[in-house]
Write a protein that binds this ligand. Structure first.
Ligand code: HEC
Length: 271
């Protein structure tokens, strides 16, 4: 009897499982944001060498300096660059005097030696780029509760970083699809993961005036600032590639020598 009851209970479970497995499932509704979100457009990056392989290629110093100008005059109002010291800017072609002048124009937090009170002083070449806001609370308060991230490593922090940031900066002109409401205080940008970004369109044609006469279109400024941010995320790119190519040549020669040695050692041995 007990065995019969046990069998019956088991059967009920088996039937329930079968019914559950065979019943048609409700379709998971498609995420409407995914349909609007667009993948980054690929741009040509001179510092990634032929075909963008990333094996050869060096930074264009003039472009890096233009990009720095865009960062300094536009982005630095909201975004920090905490991993870059003023003296690092000599690596993109600024002279020691220019670096000093650039540093001096910025104030960094300090302590008044007489009173011990918090104060500021002009930056020195050894100082890092100061954050535009004293802390996260102040940064959020000024930006509709969104936090502008530090840009030092942003190109490495996002997948396909260069193309992504380039697309983001040039992606404000697309109109949202019909019936799509952009929440108040946000801006439509199909390249941002949620397609609504708290950063207003930062660049407009002619926003900076380039000393070398390059036309400051949104596209050009975006490319330049992305090249500059690539440099801040990867200042060692050129050395890394030089060492890499050298190492491959060295290993090639070593392999050849090893092969010749092998032939020599085995030459007299009958098969
Ligand atoms: C008025 C302030 C302001 C300016 C100027 C500004 N940004 Fe932003 N930025 C923001 C805020 C706020 C966010 C955060 C957006 C969010 O989380 O929705 C942001 C986010 C970003 C992001 C991150 C996007 C992500 O994937 O998380 C990048 C990259 C960026 N900005 C680049 C730039 C560049 C380059 C410039 C200069 C051309 C610039 N920003 C100028 C306020 C600003």
């Amino acid at each position: 009897m007990v065995r019969f009851l046990g069998f019956g209970a088991g059967l009920v479970f088996v039937i329930a499982l079968l019914v559950a497995a065979l019943l048609p499932r409700e379709d998971v509704p498609a995420d409407p944001i995914k349909a609007i979100h667009e993948h980054a457009r690929s741009a040509h990056w001179q510092h990634d060498g032929p075909l963008g392989m990333g094996v050869f290629g060096t930074y264009d110093r003039a472009q890096l300096q233009r990009g720095f100008q865009v960062y300094k005059e536009v982005c630095s109002a909201c975004h920090g660059l905490r991993l870059v010291a003023f003296r690092n800017l000599s690596e993109i072609g600024f002279s020691a005097a220019e670096v000093k002048a650039l540093a001096k124009a910025k104030e960094v937090p300090s302590i008044n030696p007489q009173t011990g009170e918090a104060a500021t002083r002009p930056a020195l070449p050894s100082d890092h780029w100061p954050n535009p806001f004293p802390n996260e609370v102040a940064a959020r308060a000024a930006n509709n509760n969104a936090l502008p991230p530090d840009l030092s490593l942003i190109i490495k922090a996002r997948p396909d970083g260069q193309n992504y940031v380039y697309s983001l900066l040039t992606g404000y002109d697309k109109a949202p699809p019909k019936g799509f409401d952009v929440p108040q205080g946000l801006h439509f940008n199909p390249y941002f993961h949620s397609v609504n970004i708290a950063m207003a369109k930062p660049l407009n044609d002619g926003q900076v005036s380039y000393a070398d006469g390059t036309n400051a279109s949104v596209d050009q400024m975006s490319k330049d600032v992305v090249a500059f941010l690539r440099w801040t995320s990867e200042p060692e790119l050129e050395t890394r590639r030089q060492v890499g190519v050298g190492a491959i040549i060295f290993l090639g020669i070593l392999s050849l020598l090893a092969f010749l040695t092998y032939r020599r050692v085995w030459a007299g041995i009958a098969h």
